[in-house]
Design a protein around this ligand. Structure first.
Ligand code: ATP
Ligand code: LTN
Length: 347
């Protein structure tokens, strides 16, 4: 039994809530898939949770983009979630911008989030260094909007990769601060990060995280890459001057490939080392390319099918937004009352 279901078993309470979003800032990568999406699907299929999964399209506005590209990425992101196994019959699937309560609670939480704590966020520091000509207020207050995403649904677990831990922690801090002032209003969320796949590194610079917005296409594997592209990228992956397929200090490239191979095949890192004993980096890179290509192929084919049926994607996201909005409004009304705003009478 998984750690999460055991938790649920013990408490014998109503179903816990699992929520996570992903930005439509480029094609979804192997890092996103192994670090986040596979866990979203496992949690959904355990049947133990009420799940909400969404495209964080408002967050994507914090960096400059082409409007037509963004719209395509939003559809493609949605198609990818479905292709990876998120089932709209089991989970609430939507676009963040379609549930207006996110922006509204985001503003309110801005007023309970401190300048100092926002200044310490690693993602803000990284993204402002990368976009020095566009350090906008949205990029800075991003964590308050993300806190709103999470807190609106009284979320228990947020399945994310390692890089997002700090964001879930600040959401928890904001909730704690608000609850401290007004009494219990928000549930306190916890990040849910599995060991395997939590931090997949760039194939071109294995000291850096694989990011979908990386401008170097050889650094990332995306769910839309063809089999040939995947295999070529793995063949070119940066390793070191050694030859043994073994985890080790200073062997970031090989460590990353072992980690990827292990996450995709479900074998432990020791099993992977044993499998490639006596073989060189060349054989190992090819094997990595092949297992990843096998995993991505059916996903890519399904994405293409969904992308040819945008009406279906529109329909799924509209239904999801309507369902999400009911829960979101409940929390927003509660917040309005607590802070002294007047709750609008709903018909
Ligand atoms: P961007 O390049 O726009 O910052 P990203 O690739 O970092 O995008 P996000 O949309 O920020 O992706 O993240 C979506 C989910 O994928 C998050 O849960 C995040 O923690 C996870 N994730 C992102 N990159 C990795 C990675 N390299 N390894 C494991 N998980 C990752
Ligand atoms: N900040 C996240 C995306 C995101 C998110 C969320 C993740 C926005 N809102 C709510 C989990 C829960 C990112 O950049 N990956």
């Amino acid at each position: 039994m998984s750690e999460l279901s055991q938790n649920n078993e013990v408490k014998k309470e109503k179903k816990k809530i699992s929520l996570s979003f992903i930005q439509p800032s480029g094609s979804i990568t192997l890092g996103n898939y192994l670090g986040a999406l596979t866990n979203w699907v496992t949690i959904q299929n355990s049947g133990d949770f009420n799940c909400l999964y969404a495209m964080a399209d408002l967050h994507a506005l914090t960096v400059r983009h082409e409007p037509a590209d963004l719209r395509k990425q939003i559809y493609q992101g949605l198609a990818t979630l479905l292709a990876c196994g998120i089932d709209p019959e089991k989970s609430i699937v939507f676009l963040q911008s379609h549930v207006h309560q996110h922006a509204e609670l985001g503003w309110i939480l801005d007023c309970y989030t401190m300048f100092g704590e926002l200044s310490r966020m690693t993602q803000f520091k990284d993204k402002s260094a990368k976009n020095a000509d566009n350090i906008n207020a949205g990029l800075f207050t991003y964590p308050a909007l993300m806190a709103a995403d999470i807190l609106l649904y009284q979320t228990d677990f947020v399945p994310v990769g390692q890089d997002q831990k700090q964001h879930v922690e600040i959401a928890r801090d904001i909730a704690n601060r608000f609850n401290g002032i007004y009494g219990k209003t928000f549930n306190l969320p916890e990040p849910y990060i599995t060991k395997s796949g939590a931090r997949i590194m760039s194939l071109a610079d294995p000291t850096k995280k694989m990011s979908k917005s990386d401008s170097n296409v050889n650094a990332i594997i995306t769910v839309t890459d063809t089999d040939n592209e995947i295999i070529k990228k793995f063949k070119r992956a940066v390793t070191d001057s050694g030859s043994e397929v073994r985890m080790g200090e200073g062997k970031d490239g090989v460590n990353n490939l072992i980690n990827i191979y292990s996450a995709v095949t479900g074998k432990s890192t020791e099993e992977v080392e044993r499998e490639f004993e006596g073989k060189g980096y060349g054989d190992f890179k090819l094997a990595c390319g092949e297992v990843v290509a096998d995993r991505i192929r059916p996903i890519r084919e399904k994405i293409n099918d969904y992308m040819n049926n945008r009406d279906y994607l529109d329909q799924i996201s509209a239904v999801g937004a309507e369902r999400a909005s009911i829960f979101a409004q409940r929390t927003l009304d509660k917040v309005y009352k607590k802070v002294g705003l007047v709750v609008k009478k709903h018909n």
